[in-house]
Structures are given as C-alpha cells and as structure tokens.
Design a protein around this ligand. Structure first.
Ligand code: KIV
Ligand code: NA
Length: 265
C-alpha cells in the first residue's frame, strides 16, 4: 500500500473519511497500529509522562523525541509518522529548523508538530518553505501547563474561541497541513473543521473533527485512575490489544467515538 502523506489526509477530509491516529513510541506498537489501519502515528511528547514518569511534557528533550521517532519510523511502512517538537525546541525559527533536521533526518519522521498560535506563523512558513510538513496544535497546550495553571478545556467563551479560530487560520496560511485540536467544545471544533482546508484531528474535541487521536496508553487502560475524561478504555471494551486497536479504528471511522460521555458541548 502507498505511503500516507498530508496529501492523502487532505483527500480523506474532502471525502469525509475520518482519520484514525494514536500516539506511538516504539517499534512493536508501530507494527500493531499500522496493521490495525491507523493512518497516523504520533510520536507525542506525552512520552515524558507515559514512558518516563514525568509530571508534565516540559522535561522532554529533543534527543528523547529523536530516539522514539526512529523506533517508530523503522517499523512503519505505510502510516504517516509525526514527531512532536519538544518544549522550547522551536522557540526561534533557527531552533525549529535544527530540531526538524534531527526529527526527520535521524528520527525518520515525515512531519513535525508544534504547540501554539499565530506567533509561530513565521516559523511554520520557514519550516514548510524548506520542505518540513507541519502539524499545528491548538486548544489545550500541554507544554504551556505552567502558564495555563492546569489541564483545562480552552475556547469556552467567545473571545477564546475567536482567538483559536484566528490562530488556526494564520497557521494554515503559513503552510501548516494538519491541526491537532485538544480539549475544546465540540461546536467550536466542528465549526473549525468545516472552515479550514487542513484536516483537524481532535482529542477531547467531539466527533465533528476530521479525525481523532488518543494517547495509546490511555486507550489501552494502562494508566488506571489517570485517564482523562475524554478518553475511553478500549482494551476493557474489546478484550485484547489487537481488538482494542481495531475497535478504535472502527469507532473513529463510523464516528461513534468520541460519544457524548467523552465530549464537552
Ligand atoms: O503528545 C501527545 O500525545 C499529543 C497528543 C495528545 C495530541 O500531543
Ligand atoms: Na504532544
């Protein structure tokens, strides 16, 4: 089967085929996820919390992201591998280019993701001009947890929603080809998915997005008592890892996940 690229994902959006994505940090899971039909494997900096036991994603280093991206990329023949740019690694456009060089060159990733709004437009334009596909990330920005004061839904009032919309348009204009929207009301996510050309992958953002992403260890029930309310234990629902992954893909494709219990309206 052909490699999935941002072009594939844009065509899926136009056809209204939902995009299935999960986080992935190693080769064994990369093989399982690809077999289950996941289009996108996100090497998220959530690995700081999930694999390293850190309290936030802030301590994650570029070398960690490169190592796990390489583990995933070696085992993924078809899925699009996106690597998170860690905390402050894209604080200037020069740093972002250097980080992309490592994540794509040594890590084998085919796209990078960064958290933030219009203030990153110039950086995104530079990355894309030099051939680095960029996934934007708006709504709840986990790398900004110390400024935000906690993990909370974003864009709940008119001003906040308008800011997220303006940021999304600025990043799309700058060349971003994908957007992760985390923890925003379902109506806002659905409106943005309708307005933007780039596909919108939601997490805690309702079923009106162009695709969904969850943290792998959350949806496999491996972090008991620590799973966010928008997630779901697919291993408990389906009985095995392979069945959980297949069930997740099926529920995303038919848009039955996320359901009302996982959504802020
Ligand atoms: O790091 C991560 O896992 C992420 C997803 C939650 C979108 O950025
Ligand atoms: Na992340």
């Amino acid at each position: 089967a052909e490699r999935i690229t941002s072009t594939t994902l844009a065509a899926m959006k136009r056809r209204r085929d939902a995009i299935a994505c999960l986080t992935c940090y190693d080769a064994a899971f990369a093989g399982l996820l690809e077999s289950a039909g996941l289009e996108v494997l996100l090497v998220g900096d959530s690995l700081g919390m999930v694999l390293q036991g850190q309290p936030t994603t802030v301590p994650v280093k570029l070398e960690h992201m490169v190592y796990h991206s390489a583990c995933v990329s070696r085992a993924a023949a078809r899925s699009l591998v996106i690597a998170d740019m860690p905390f402050l690694s894209y604080a200037t456009a020069d740093r972002a280019l250097a980080a992309a060089e490592r994540l794509m060159g040594d890590g084998g990733a085919a796209m990078v993701k960064l958290e933030g709004g219009g203030e990153l437009a110039q950086t995104v334009a530079r990355l894309t001009r030099f051939g680095v596909p960029v996934c934007a990330h708006l709504g709840l920005l986990p790398q900004s947890v110390h400024r935000l004061g906690g993990y909370r839904y974003q864009g709940r009032d008119d001003a906040g929603a308008a800011r997220i919309r303006a940021d999304a348009l600025a990043l799309q204009d700058a060349g971003a080809s994908l957007l992760v929207l985390e923890c925003v009301p379902a109506a806002l996510a659905q409106a943005l998915a309708g307005e933007l050309d780039m596909p919108v992958i939601g997490i805690g953002a309702g079923s009106g997005c162009d695709g969904q992403v969850l943290v792998l260890h959350d949806m496999l029930g491996l972090l008991p008592g620590r799973s966010p309310t928008f997630s779901k234990d697919f291993a408990a629902a389906y009985g095995s890892v392979a069945a959980a992954l297949a069930g997740y893909v099926a529920e995303v494709k038919e848009r039955s996940f996320p359901g009302p219990g996982h959504t802020l309206y």
